[in-house]
Design a protein around this ligand. Sequence first.
Ligand SMILES: [Ca+2]
Ligand SMILES: [Ca+2]
Ligand SMILES: [Ca+2]
Ligand SMILES: [Ca+2]
Length: 199
Amino acid sequence: MKLTKYLFAATLVLMASVNANASVIFQDNFDAENGGNGVLNYTRFANWTTSDGTVDLIGNGYYDFLAGNGLYIDMDGSTGDAGKMTSIALNLAPGTYTLSFELAGNRRNGATEGVEVLVDMGSLFSNTYSLNKNDPFQLYTETFTVLTATTTSISFEGAGGDNIGMLLDDVTLTAVSTPAALSLLGLGLVGLGFSRRQK
Ligand SMILES: [Ca+2]
Ligand SMILES: [Ca+2]
Ligand SMILES: [Ca+2]
Ligand SMILES: [Ca+2]
């Protein structure tokens, strides 16, 4: 029947618009930091500031506990106080977003480790992750919704102070749907109503 056909068409329009609107807002794999060379207690990140302790930029042949990932981060630097990394400011329109990142175990000792992840100081998203020593990098993908336009940041904070922390790599923030996608759905529904009235 016709109604079913038009609903199907409207759904296709929505799916296409959501895909078209999925856009990367922020992405960092750390590989280009410091000319591609690791350094302990690194602070000169392109996209991050460090506070509340230190982190190490490692990998690429330098304390390379998980070779093949370029450079990555040891969340507990070399000053006896695990650090916090806060991203550059990010402008988010209302919509749905996914934050993805990779974490691995510390690869060195059996102590319990944790990394706390916050978006907008936790009001949009917060969670704490814990992994065992030998866990390889694993991808986490988290979804959150922004109701009103906001300028915010992402932060990762390591726990502990033994200079051996969980490892972090490949941080990506993607907008998966925005008001533009919803307005296209609206157009599809208007088209549906118009077609039915024409009969
Ligand atoms: Ca990397
Ligand atoms: Ca360290
Ligand atoms: Ca700290
Ligand atoms: Ca530790």
